[in-house]
Ligand binder design. Structure first.
Ligand SMILES: NC(=O)c1ccc[n+]([C@@H]2O[C@H](COP(=O)([O-])OP(=O)(O)OC[C@H]3O[C@@H](n4cnc5c(N)ncnc54)[C@H](O)[C@@H]3O)[C@@H](O)[C@H]2O)c1
Ligand SMILES: O=C(O)[C@H](O)COP(=O)(O)O
Length: 526
């Protein structure tokens, strides 16, 4: 079956071209209703969107084949990321492709506010020539307050410094070193409100930032402040902003984004000093080409090679790393499954160690695969994407260790599970570039391929055991595919990993347990 991607928002044609160039089928269906989208989403492996498509849990329910959602842009508040993670769907954005363009829009709106450009334009074109009505303010020497000094905020700061403004920034995550580097003074919100002649917002919309310019905050601004929002609707209390414009507390406000979009009506419309644009922050030819190319390349890389970049719910894996790491992920998932099936959910902590060649690789996807295998063996709906989050939620302590030295194998992945009873280890290697093999099972040396239905048997190392095991399986019509043995000491505890062609019933497992010397039988599936 060929790989199919749906583009459900208006996007630069380069996106579709790239998918086709890379052998991916692509359909462009912008402007579909949620129901229409739900009716077709099941056919697609990838979904490329901007801000008009809302990826809800309900839509994802119908997305049986979906592996990745790519946002051609920055904001991902239109995607239910926890719901996507729960279904193993990777969510990616393009965090830098439209930042310059958006910063320029904020600066354009700042100039527009300072010189009342839209009103002056409308009045002039209406034949009024109201020269004395439109007295502006200079930007030079004024203080710009940045709320949010990330990618876009710092570009706005650079432009504002070029305009000879002073820039103060409120951003709890801005380090003093970074503030120095981008030439802004880091202040608290109250100081910013009290000092800024212009305020521009550049934060995502989160529980902390929603209503950051509340009625109360607006009341604490410098009288005559001008406010620009090119980030997200919801950061400003729109009703309070209307009142602040009416009272003159706020001299001007320019909104590119609204609490409800499309904003077809608003009490702010028509208010003197108010300017609006219809979410145009990212709308330049350059930015749209950038984000279209980036999203198409990121989705194609993931769907074709498993490379992950700019994902919000999965560690990154470059296109160069992906082919090398993938066999280790298969090995790691099986080691996790083995531990999970033998020990169950009693595991309190997991350590993933990589040794030799494996130590040169990105360990995060390997750990993710161990956790997916482990937790997937005793609970539903666990996958590579949500496993690390689920592990954290369940209080599973996860440790990653890298040993650059080579041990007995040129490359090794070791998984140590800690339970109340102590630590238990399994380890595996790769034969050749991509042939995974188990080499230690709970500290017993063994060499086995983990595949299909298997039996893990612990027994007393006594003559006759193998014969009795073969006979019991044969009598119950179960064919042995491969047989792997290991033991701690001669005559001591031995383990067998037996690959079988069909899964033994509970009754057969009971019979195997009854063989003399057998201590434990665990049916496994890989
Ligand atoms: N209007 C548009 O078309 C348009 C285009 C691009 C981006 N955006 C939006 O612009 C916003 C910023 O984008 P970015 O690329 O700069 O993001 P970014 O992640 O690089 O920066 C966001 C900054 O906000 C800061 N922040 C987080 N919580 C905060 C809080 N409680 N108070 C103050 N600061 C806080 C972060 O520390 C970070 O520095 C996003 O919401 C994005 O969706 C809008
Ligand atoms: O977060 C973003 O990238 C912007 O809001 C752009 O949205 P758009 O792609 O719908 O223009």
């Amino acid at each position: 079956m060929s790989i199919k991607v749906l583009i459900s928002d208006k996007m630069d044609p380069r996106a579709a071209e790239i998918f086709r160039e890379r052998g991916i089928e692509v359909d462009e269906r912008p402007g579909r209703s949620p129901d229409a989208l739900k009716a077709i989403i099941g056919d697609y492996h990838g979904l490329a969107i901007r801000s008009s498509t809302t990826v809800t849990a309900d839509l994802l329910e119908a997305a049986d084949n979906l592996k990745v959602v790519g946002r051609a842009g920055i904001g991902v508040d239109n995607i239910d990321i926890p719901a996507a993670s729960a279904r193993g769907v990777v969510v990616m954005n393009t965090p830098f492709g439209n930042s310059i363009t958006t910063a320029e829009h904020a600066i354009a709106l700042m100039f527009a506010l300072a010189r009342q450009l839209p009103e002056a334009d409308a009045s002039t074109q209406a034949g009024k020539w109201e020269k004395s009505k439109f007295m502006g303010v200079e930007l030079t020497g004024k203080t710009l307050g940045l709320i949010g000094a990330g990618n876009i905020g710092s570009i706005v700061a650079a432009r504002a410094l070029g305009l000879k403004m002073k820039v103060v920034a409120f951003d709890p995550f801005l380090s003093p070193e970074r503030a120095l580097e981008i030439g802004v003074e880091k202040v608290d919100l109250d100081t910013l409100l009290a000092r800024a002649d212009f305020i521009t917002l550049h934060t995502p919309l989160t529980d902390e930032t929603r209503g950051i310019l509340s009625r109360d905050a607006l009341a604490r601004t410098k009288k005559g402040v001008r406010i620009i929002n090119c980030a997200r609707g919801g950061l400003i209390d729109e009703a309070a902003l209307k009142d602040a414009l009416d009272s003159g507390q706020v001299a001007g406000a320019a909104l590119d984004v609204f609490e409800t979009e499309p904003a077809k009506e608003s009490p702010l419309f028509g208010t003197p000093g108010f300017i609006s644009t219809p979410h145009l922050g990212a709308s330049t030819r350059e930015a749209q080409v950038n984000v279209a190319i980036q999203v198409a390349e990121q989705l194609s890389d993931y769907l074709l090679n498993g490379a992950v970049s700019n994902a919000l719910n999965m560690p990154s894996l470059t296109a160069e790393e992906a082919p090398r790491v993938r066999p280790y992920m298969g090995l790691a998932e099986n080691l996790g499954k083995l531990v999970g099936q033998v020990i169950g959910d009693r595991v309190k902590a997991i350590a993933v160690e990589v040794e030799g060649d494996a130590a040169e690789l990105n360990i995060k996807p390997i750990t993710g695969a161990v956790l997916a295998g482990l937790m997937g063996s005793y609970s539903d709906s666990v996958n590579m994407v949500n496993a690390p989050v689920l592990a954290k939620d369940r209080g599973l302590d996860v440790k990653e260790v890298r040993h650059s030295h080579e041990g007995d194998y040129h490359t090794l992945v070791r998984v140590t599970a800690t339970t109340d009873e102590g630590k238990r280890r399994v380890a595996g290697t790769l034969f050749g570039a991509d042939n995974p093999r188990l080499v230690h099972i709970f500290d017993v040396g063994i060499e086995a391929e983990l595949s299909g239905p298997m039996l893990y048997i612990v027994n007393q190392d006594t003559p006759g055991f193998i014969g009795a095991l073969g006979t019991t399986l044969g009598e119950n019509d179960i064919n042995i595919a491969t047989f792997n043995l290991g033991r701690r000491t001669v005559g001591g505890e031995a383990v067998a990993l037996v690959a079988v062609d069909s899964q033994p019933s509970k009754d057969v497992v009971k019979k195997l347990c009854a063989i003399e010397g057998v201590r434990r039988v665990v049916p496994l599936r890989f």
